[in-house]
Design a protein around this ligand. Structure first.
Ligand code: URA
Length: 240
């Protein structure tokens, strides 16, 4: 969540209250409240759409249009707004004027469905564990996976200090000649590198990982590296 927060003066300026400099003065003068409390610190950060900001008692809405984007992320891109090592980020692929952030993460070497938005409220709701949105992955593994390993993936395996919740696991293909297996794994959780760790836990090495769907939202209609705006009904469905 910290990533999605912005400085109060920036939020006020983006919302058309005044210039950034003038907004800093308003903060110092004690004219701005956040969630009912006057704040006078210029370092204050807020989460747009979640924190309630008022100026002399009047509610300030960020007037920036809300956008919701579905990207088919290629491998080789990091899912952060800024990267300390200057690597390519998913934001390099979506050049729009709104200040968007990724909803959740995909590893640098994982491709597939990633939502980006400037709606902090949406980010909060979608990533909250109680929402339990399913995520479906196509995983290519080295070797021919055994039935017991598949059962274990379904039931839950220990990764770090955590036992994963029951998952849906389908064998899509096993190829003895190429010595690979392909699985479709659907999970509700979003632990760090969860699918890779689950496969490691049953002794399988992941060769490729692709997120095919977030909930019912798939990326089959998008070429890798391409993106599109979500339709209203798709946004509503995700929030249900
Ligand atoms: N699980 C992983 O291992 N990596 C991802 O990027 C997403 C889920």
């Amino acid at each position: 969540m910290e990533d999605e927060k912005i400085r109060l003066q920036k939020y006020l300026a983006n919302s058309g209250v005044a210039s950034r400099r003038k907004c800093e003065e308003l903060i110092l003068e004690g004219k701005i409240s956040v969630n009912g409390n006057v704040v006078q610190e210029l370092g204050t950060k807020i989460l747009p759409g979640v924190d309630k900001v008022t100026y002399c008692g009047k509610s300030i809405q960020n007037t920036e249009k809300m956008v919701y984007i579905l990207l088919n992320k290629p491998i080789g891109y990091v899912t952060t707004a800024k990267d300390q090592f200057n690597r390519d980020t998913v934001l390099d692929l979506v050049k729009i004027k709104e200040r968007i952030v990724p909803v959740g993460r995909l590893d640098m070497y994982t491709s597939g469905a990633l939502i980006l938005t400037n709606d902090g409220d949406f980010v909060y709701k979608i990533t909250h564990p109680k929402h339990e949105i399913t995520k479906t992955y196509t995983v290519t593994l080295k070797g021919i996976i055994g039935n017991q390993a598949v059962e274990n993936l379904r039931d839950g395996v220990k990764i770090d200090d955590y036992v994963t919740r029951p998952a849906k696991v389908k064998i899509l293909k096993t190829d003895k000649e190429k010595d690979i297996s392909r699985l479709e794994i659907t999970i509700h959780e979003g632990k760090n590198r969860q699918v890779r760790k689950m496969c490691e836990a049953v002794g399988s090495k992941v060769i490729a990982l692709h997120r095919s769907k977030i909930g019912e939202l798939g990326v089959k209609d998008l070429k890798i590296g391409n993106w599109r705006y979500l339709k209203d009904y798709e946004i509503e469905k995700l929030l249900k």
